[in-house]
Design a protein around this ligand. Structure first.
Ligand SMILES: [Fe+2]
Ligand SMILES: [Fe+2]
Length: 349
């Protein structure tokens, strides 16, 4: 099997060659002068520092040329959520962190399906994050029901774990883990958190904004703790009274969290206003246009999409393509450029 190896330094290149050349026909080139080898390789391995902009341009080109090669391994220098997400956005099917051992690299290459081997790790991490998230949300809901204080740091910690699992394994494995293992409102809150984080990463948000997003998302429906389960989980259409009851949950969530230590004004705003629309047709305050913050706009899109694709016992799961079409049809209610940017999250990531 032919393996095409590219690195941004000669040292990395020779280390990778030494690991691979006994078992593979290896073609090595520096990233700065990478070209297409004569015959298409069966795997591409790139080692590069993503802090260097020139590397990113060159890397994009390499992965674009080898888009049909199934195994595209990118070895990066820093273990960082943003760099991992960036590596996936550039087209890597698997991301490894330097230093990489020969055993690990060969294992990645010899697995029958590279994407499967990577997603096994990712799915495991995603399941653990989803479980921690479900525990945190369950304890928040029971705290609200019994009038006790909410454990804000546990909830934020769970949001952070979901963010890490998305950065390392992508959105799909996270959604899969959540939908397979959790039901109802917990599933919904976890899905919104995962989708909002991935959307934030897609938009290039920095760490503080990602933290704001997962915190807002994990708390956004806390007011549903005040709604009877018979209404919350009712299959089929709600009547007028039930709909009115459901629509009390943003203000109820605001009341629960208002004045709570560790809850910022931005989180409060997001909890209260995540059902507002730009045209003023939302609730509870019928806000419109500029009164709706960026975080709320991102959260609202993530919330609607999550509600459409979540898995419930009484309804089939809507395909992501169809859910995205519904978002596109909500003309005037959602910010159009944000919906356009969301396409990548909805369909590809
Ligand atoms: Fe909600
Ligand atoms: Fe929601």
């Amino acid at each position: 099997m032919g393996v095409y190896v590219v690195a941004d330094t000669a040292v990395k290149l020779s280390a990778l060659r030494a690991m691979l050349e006994q078992q593979y026909a290896v073609t090595c080139e520096l990233l700065s002068d990478a070209s297409i080898p004569g015959r298409g390789p069966q795997a591409v391995i790139v080692a590069a520092d993503l802090r260097n902009l020139e590397n990113i341009f060159a890397l994009k080109e390499v992965f674009r040329k080898f888009a049909d090669v199934r195994k595209r391994i990118l070895i990066i220098d820093q273990k960082s959520r943003l760099f991992t997400a960036q590596a996936q956005a550039l087209g890597a099917t698997c991301v490894l962190i330097n230093p990489v051992s020969q055993g690990d690299l060969l294992a990645r290459l010899t697995d029958k399906d590279q994407s499967d081997s990577c997603s096994d790790d990712a799915l495991h991490g995603a399941r653990e994050a989803a479980t921690a998230g479900a525990i945190a949300i369950r304890s928040m809901f029971s705290a609200v029901l019994s009038g006790k204080p909410i454990d804000v740091s546990q909830a934020k910690g769970a949001g952070s774990r979901i963010a890490d699992s998305i950065a390392q394994g992508g959105l799909s494995s996270c959604l899969e883990a959540i939908r397979r293992h959790h039901e109802g409102t917990y599933q919904h809150c976890l899905l919104v958190t995962g989708i909002a984080v991935d959307f934030g990463l897609r938009l290039g948000a920095g760490k503080p904004d990602i933290e704001r997003l997962y915190s807002a998302a994990i708390f956004h429906d806390i007011g549903k703790a005040k709604i009877p389960l018979a209404v919350l989980d009712k299959p089929g259409r709600l009547d007028v009274q039930e709909r009115a009851l459901i629509e009390t949950h943003p203000a109820a969530g605001y009341e629960v969290l208002n004045g709570h230590p560790g809850i910022s004004p931005e989180i409060l705003d997001a909890v209260r206003h995540h059902h507002e629309y730009l045209d003023g047709s939302g609730y509870p305050d019928a806000l419109c246009g500029a009164s709706i913050s960026d975080i709320v706009r991102i959260l609202t899109i993530s919330d609607i999409f999550a509600a459409l694709i979540e898995r419930r016992q009484y309804k089939p799961t809507m395909p992501r393509e169809q859910a995205y079409e519904i978002l596109q049809s909500m003309e005037g209610k959602l910010e159009r450029p944000l919906v356009t940017a969301f396409k990548d999250v909805a369909l590809n990531r």
